[in-house]
Design a protein around this ligand. Structure first.
Ligand code: FES
Length: 76
């Protein structure tokens, strides 16, 4: 199981996590037989300058784009 935690603080959300979250949900819908991903949110962790921030299995990823997110998940 892969856990993807999106910062849902306003800065990360408007800087791209809204798009990354939608992109990942679509990816899961299209690949549901092959993957097991838990998607959760978290509050601002005061790393807004480096956002949008995403945590994959508790590892921190900064300046995350939807494409980078999927590449990282597929490489696990
Ligand atoms: S809004 Fe994501 S770290 Fe602040």
């Amino acid at each position: 199981m892969t856990t993807v935690k999106f910062c849902l603080g306003s800065s990360c959300y408007i800087r791209g996590n809204d798009k990354s979250l939608a992109f990942l949900e679509e990816y899961i819908r299209n690949n549901k037989k092959d993957i097991s991903i838990e998607v959760i949110g978290c509050r601002c962790r005061n790393l807004c300058q480096e956002g949008p921030n995403v945590y994959i299995n508790d590892e921190k990823y900064h300046y995350t784009t939807p494409e980078d997110l999927i590449k990282t998940i597929e490489a696990l």
